[in-house]
Design a protein around this ligand. Structure first.
Ligand code: GLA
Length: 369
């Protein structure tokens, strides 16, 4: 079983606001090789974790008691969490002896956890053909991460790992879970630049931002009762009622409302092959994440500045959660080398950090191989 990492081309911090996202799966992935068992025992070893093993019975796994302090979680909990969430949904769950390995760098913001969850789902669902839709599998994987592992994530990572296709990005409506594939412009590569500055644990600013978005919704709904999430807010409505929101809360809302528009605009610009427009939209997204959402950092800003100065780099912005991880770049095929060289030469001088550049290919979502 194999499931890919993902990079979000645009649409950050919109998924948990019922908004729009445009991720692509990449050719860095997680694998589970397995031998099926007749009972419900799962025994699994990780080559990434130095051969560390874990085991559980699929009919016994239960999430931690929410009344108690959350326990420390490791990679096996992602697999056990998926077993729990599939079982809770009434799906047949099977045991196996397995080995997991991955080429997705952990902690870089390329969704190694969603890849593990999707590969685990396919492994646990057993030999019969899988009839559940990508949307259902993604939602069950998200539930595992949220309610079993204890990370309050949105759905973009799991959906991308399940549903993306090579050569395309996926325009996903996180409210309806309707999606459509959008071909990448011809002659353009996706390049991921890792700042070498690890992301901070998601529980810090991520949860705070989610709460601020909730606050914006509550205050705006007092004026316009039909608003139940930031997806229901357009620029004009926000402008009209902005003065009722604390400044930081208003800026969080501004980011989300603008970012939803930018997702649609990027999908249109990709279809039209309008590369200058892609550059403007990525720049606007980065700036909004920096100044409105306040989740960028000097390392991410420096990486974007180095990239956009390279001729042939079409678009660059931070992607993912907060304060570190990777940028995503759209780059003309002939300019990938020049970007890699510029990053190797200039970025360490600006930041003192060691970068990594991944000229990735887009890939298919999770599957049985
Ligand atoms: C993390 C979460 C996603 C999404 C992004 C921000 O990757 O897991 O659900 O919220 O952050 O766009």
């Amino acid at each position: 079983m194999r499931a890919p990492g993902r990079v979000n081309l645009i649409g950050d911090h919109t998924d948990y606001n019922d908004g729009l996202v445009l991720p692509a799966a990449i050719d860095l992935d997680t694998w589970i090789g397995l031998r099926r068992r007749r009972d419900g025992l799962v025994r699994i070893a990780s080559l990434q974790a130095g051969g560390e093993t874990g085991s559980f019975w699929t009919d016994e796994v239960e999430p931690p008691d929410p009344a108690l302090p959350s326990p420390a979680r490791g990679w096996v909990d992602y697999v056990a969490g998926v077993a729990w969430s599939l079982r809770e949904a009434g799906l047949p769950v099977h045991g196996f002896d397995g080995i997991v390995d991955s080429t997705i760098p952990p902690g870089a913001g390329l969704s190694s956890s969603a890849a593990l969850e999707l590969a685990a789902a396919l492994a646990l669902l057993g030999p019969a053909p899988i009839t559940e839709s990508s949307g259902v599998l993604a939602a069950l994987a998200q539930r595992a991460e949220r309610d079993y592992v204890g990370v309050n994530c949105g759905i973009v990572d799991q959906f991308a790992a399940a549903e993306c296709r090579a050569g395309r990005a996926l325009l996903l409506d996180c409210r309806s879970l309707e999606s459509r594939h959008v071909p990448l412009p011809a002659g353009v590569r996706v390049v991921v630049c890792d700042t070498g500055s690890p992301r901070e644990p998601r529980t810090s600013a991520y949860d705070e931002r989610r709460a601020e978005c909730g606050r914006a919704v509550a205050l705006l709904a007092e004026q316009v009762p039909s608003i139940s999430s930031l997806r229901d807010v357009d620029r004009a409505t926000l402008r009209r009622h902005r003065h009722l929101l604390p400044d930081a809360v208003a800026r969080r809302a501004e980011h989300v409302v603008g970012e939803n528009d930018r997702v649609v605009a990027v999908a249109d610009a990709m279809a039209a092959g309008d590369l200058p427009r892609l550059g403007q939209l990525f720049a606007a997204s980065h700036e909004s994440l920096r100044s409105n959402y306040e989740v960028s950092c000097p390392a991410l800003d420096a990486m974007v500045a180095v990239a956009v100065a390279v001729p042939g780099v079409v678009a660059a912005r931070m992607t993912g959660v907060e304060f570190g991880g990777c940028t995503v770049n759209l780059v003309r095929e002939g300019a990938v080398e020049a970007l890699a060289r510029a990053v190797a030469d200039e970025y360490p001088r600006l930041t003192g950090l060691v970068p990594r550049v991944y000229a990735v290919a887009t890939a298919d979502g999770a599957g049985n191989v």
